[in-house]
Design a protein around this ligand. Sequence first.
Ligand SMILES: Nc1ncnc2c1ncn2[C@@H]1O[C@H](COP(=O)(O)OP(=O)(O)OP(=O)(O)O)[C@@H](O)[C@H]1O
Ligand SMILES: [Mg+2]
Length: 484
Amino acid sequence: MDLHGFLKALARRWPTVVVCLVLATGAALAATSLSTPVYEARTQLFVATRTGDDTAQMNQGQSFSQARVQSYAAIVTTRQVTRPVVKELRLRTTPEELASRITAVAPLNTVLIDITVRDTEPKRAARIANAVAQRFSAVVERLEAPKRPPGSERSGKSLRTADGTSPVSLGVTQEAVAPIGPVSPRPLLNLAAGVLGGLLLGAGLVALRETLDTTLKTSEALGEFTALPGLGTIPYDRNVPRQPLVSADGHCHRAEAFRKLRTNLQFSQVDEPPRIIAVTSSVPGEGKTNTAVNLALSLAEAGLSTCLVDGDLRRPCVASTFGLVQDAGLTTVLIGQARIEDVMQQAGGRLSVLASGAVPPNPTELLASARMEEVLRELADTYEVVIVDTAPLLPVADTLGLASFAQGALLVVRAAKTSREQVRTAAESLDRVSVRVLGTVFNMAPVPRGNRYGTYGSYGELPAPRVSDPRKEASAATRLAGEK
Ligand SMILES: Nc1ncnc2c1ncn2[C@@H]1O[C@H](COP(=O)(O)OP(=O)(O)OP(=O)(O)O)[C@@H](O)[C@H]1O
Ligand SMILES: [Mg+2]
């Protein structure tokens, strides 16, 4: 995924980013308000060396202090210091826990030691820091006042004092005072971390979902993936469930899309125009019925005598879409209870509809029967085009038998919903039974932004060519009869 693709994915999946942002910011604010404030009190000690008055001894003393000050800093958190402090201040804690709240640092090339103590009460933090400093000074001075090793008096370079007391003394340069504000939590820092974390999490999730998402988002991607002609792109329109039919004369995007589909279909097979076309798809709900119905309407409005057959015997919807009777139709003819002309219904103009009839218990066998083939052939003899709405290919085997009697199939693919694997499996199953896939119809495609308002209507569109002349029709019928 390149940067452009990622930005487009971000724009499309912005709700994910917003949800992550809100959750992370909320978590940061909750953590800030729930956490106990921690205060930090700081004191500073100066390590002095008791030496003689001459410069050499002073320099020696200075180096001595600098060399030792790091070791002194390590003593601050020992039990020797913390235990008496806990006792003295009657703290409800252990020396080890107190040690974990103390930090001692000796800045390089100085004889200073900074001691900081953290506590949930500002005054107590200062009291502890001062007590630690006092106790620590006493411990160091006691440690630095050992017994004299034998003969050390003769060593001119000794720093030990003549009276055997400690050569170092620690003085407080800065006493700890109760801090005004807490060091944690830091609301602004937490908020910034929450916002940044939320954005990063959102962007990461978008990238992950995009990588795992194998659906087809554009008609170009569909064309590249299937290598089939893209005969139409039908835009998503939320009014479709209420208003499934479009008028070919309409000026909405869907009307224009179905006109284009009709034109592309007619131009794509000029030499051998298919007369029986099955409209199918991989999985349920991709828009087969809607495409079949509107394509049939569009062909009829272009002057072609068209028959629409409801070949979906699992979820028949064609009759209800036109407000026609469903109970008498294809299955009635297949079981020999009626002739085609007895159950054929008119949907206005040149469009006739053969509804599904009663739903049978064995749709797969009925649709693959020799009688079904005969019915389709009879219809193709009577009408210029026969459009057959079908059941989806992957969940049931009904359509494979039926499609093998058609002269071509249209594969409907729902934008951003049908996976590549589903499209591939559907196309392969049609190929296995030697059904010619005329092309794809990319349904429920997002409407391009610039195209949302206004349309040029049928500007520049050529009049729809008729399928064939009567002589050609007759020869096509003969050819069909010969093929079957
Ligand atoms: N271009 C579109 N824009 C918006 N909604 C659509 C579009 N095409 C179809 N729909 C809606 O999608 C749903 C499924 O459509 P349709 O019944 O045509 O699919 P189907 O493939 O025939 O489903 P099934 O497999 O159940 O027969 C319906 O509610 C329909 O109104
Ligand atoms: Mg359907």
